[in-house]
Write a protein that binds this ligand. Sequence first.
Ligand SMILES: [Zn+2]
Length: 182
Amino acid sequence: MAVREILIHPDERLMQVSRPVTFPLDAEVKQLIRDMADTMYDAPGVGLAAPQIGVLLRVAVTDTVWRDKEVRHDDGLPGGQRELKVWINPEFLWKSDVLATWEEGCLSVPETYGDVSRPEAVRLRWFDEHGVQHEQEFDGFQAVALQHEFDHLDGKLFISYLSPLKRKMITNRMKKLYKGQI
Ligand SMILES: [Zn+2]
């Protein structure tokens, strides 16, 4: 288990566009994926993109099923259940015109939440960790989580959807809270 350090906004690396992964995956990328999963579960979070640990590759992991076993949830899912998904070189093939608004947060912007409107459904093409290509449509929380994670691959954070004033306040707060670390 290797938990890596999560970069905090406004780290420059969070604003970079990541490059595609080439197949077959080398040992370094395989290790990266394992470390990303460890880091996400440790945080805990429901998603993590490679740039968040300073690696500028188009890879993200999500687990929208997993729940921290310490936390009780009202959806009836047993605590600790996991469903790790690995997304490599993801590409949106379609996004719905209809938007949905969810409150979002991010491991790179700790303890900060804001309402973001995004297409409520998306169709996606991606590769898994075995190099197999997939195409599927997602909606609901998964669609939100995937759009949020893949924004990271283009150097974009959810706070960029908030008003400039709110964004500035958040950035200043992060600078103050994480003084010396970022
Ligand atoms: Zn994020």
